[in-house]
Ligand binder design. Sequence first.
Ligand SMILES: C[S@@+](CC[C@H](N)C(=O)[O-])C[C@H]1O[C@@H](n2cnc3c(N)ncnc32)[C@H](O)[C@@H]1O
Length: 277
Amino acid sequence: MAKTTRKKSGRVRHWRTAANSDRHELYELSVQGTESDCAFIDRVFRQRQHRTPHSLREDFCGTGLLAREWVSWRNTNTAVGIDLDPAVLRKGRERIASLPLAARTRIQLKKGDVNKVRTDPADVLVALNFSYFIFRTRAQLLEFFIHARQGVAAGGMIVIDAYGGSGSWSIGEEERSLDGFTYVWHQARVSPITHEVTNHIHFRFPDGSEMRRAFTYVWRLWTLAEIKELLIEAGFHAPVVYWEGTDRKSGEGNGVFKPSRSGEACEGWIVYIVAEN
Ligand SMILES: C[S@@+](CC[C@H](N)C(=O)[O-])C[C@H]1O[C@@H](n2cnc3c(N)ncnc32)[C@H](O)[C@@H]1O
């Protein structure tokens, strides 16, 4: 439920409104789960590589929330985040400034195109929240995976995610009530021919105000088979899809992702895909 404060007049004032909210903060609160991402990366890396991962490169890092979480996760961890947009990087750097000094020295946000920037090879390269769906042809996605592979150390891993299911092909809005605001996922356009989709994120507030189209994504909805094939073409080994288990009581996802060969025909799913260099 939205937190509210009571004015002296007795009128209730809502603490979040479209006018006083930062869309990047709302985005982080709505769609990012960086603690569970770090736990997943750590667990799967140890299982597959039999050692502890330390260096992480976050492509399409936005405000670099995952990179920040990673350097706080273990005091030997380092992170490099890459994004094209100077405005999100500015936000990210402001937040890095509030990390303890020891963590601050182990994180760097770089402005650049993920397909051009060169970095020291990392144990793990991540591209989450479907950011690589901006590549809308096979050739473009292959180019991204080839470039990403150059950023992964030998014996390292790429970790990406993907979504799908019958519901991803329908037009409509899905609302989720969060801390003082409502997150709205709006699937506005889907093309069964090109597999292109246009999705928006809107934020609505208890005072009736709205931040419409706070974010818009024009993506290709890639299938898991295509993604696995392209990872192999780019030189990665053994791509594995990690499918989320189901909570028996609620029927919803339980947050536990395990390797799966076939998945399940459900309305909506999100998976991690992991491949080795
Ligand atoms: C959906 S946000 C992802 C934010 C965050 N990584 C997450 O997991 O939620 C996508 C980001 O990709 C950035 N971006 C788009 N094309 C890019 C490119 N070619 N190189 C680097 N960043 C890019 C955008 O500026 C945007 O900040």
